[in-house]
Design a protein around this ligand. Structure first.
Ligand code: SF4
Ligand code: SF4
Length: 189
């Protein structure tokens, strides 16, 4: 655990405010499924504790929505701690089947959605052909925008291209979904 996370955990005064806001705790009701409990579990990873499924369940069920961080009166940062703890679990006990599958799919398909469509499908074929090879600035659409909200990519790029912005012709996933779930994303980055 890095010093920043350790300091953040020490800020927690166990007031329980986060319990009132965490959407996952609202469903499960276990202390291990709210920010306060997750931070205590994250603290154990560096010890000699055996990493079992209960560790993974606690960390993996956090959506990292950040509500707890916004509401925390002490300035603790649970989402960052959870993300770093997921990576620590993988380093110590290996990836889960779900993590392995997400990584394999994302690297293989270049996106998290197993989409086989051209990444720049939101541009007309003629527009794709006319794209400049080099630009000082590029618009990075990302997986969700490219495949689930292509009209957002389209309209954003329509504005930006007026200022000479291009796109990456070989854009693939930036690796954020892997990093946030504890996997090594260096192949994509
Ligand atoms: S709101 Fe902050 S200080 Fe209070 S229990 Fe949750 S993380 Fe700890
Ligand atoms: S970031 Fe995680 S712990 Fe915090 S409120 Fe959201 S789901 Fe709960």
């Amino acid at each position: 655990m890095n010093d920043e996370d350790r300091r953040s955990i020490l800020k927690c005064v166990h007031c329980g405010t986060c319990r009132a806001y965490c959407p996952v705790f609202n469903e499960y009701g276990w202390e291990s499924t709210n920010a306060r409990g997750r931070m205590l579990i994250a603290q154990q990873i560096d010890d000699d504790s055996d990493i079992d499924d209960s560790f993974r369940f606690s960390l993996d069920t956090c959506t990292t929505c950040g509500i707890c961080e916004q509401m925390c009166p002490s300035g603790a940062t649970p989402p960052d701690i959870v993300e770093n703890a997921r990576a620590a679990v993988v380093r110590k006990a290996g990836a889960s089947k779900a993590q392995e599958k997400l990584k394999k799919d994302t690297v293989e398909w270049g996106n998290t959605l197993r989409e086989s469509r051209q990444r720049l499908h939101w541009l007309e074929p003629t527009e794709r052909e006319e794209l400049p090879d080099k630009c000082e600035y590029v618009y990075f659409a990302g997986c969700m925008t490219a495949y689930r909200y292509p009209e957002v990519a389209r309209k954003t790029f329509d504005i930006l291209r007026k200022f000479g912005v291009g796109v990456l012709q070989d854009e693939v996933c930036c690796g954020s979904p892997l990093l946030r779930t504890g996997s090594d994303a260096s192949e994509l980055i």
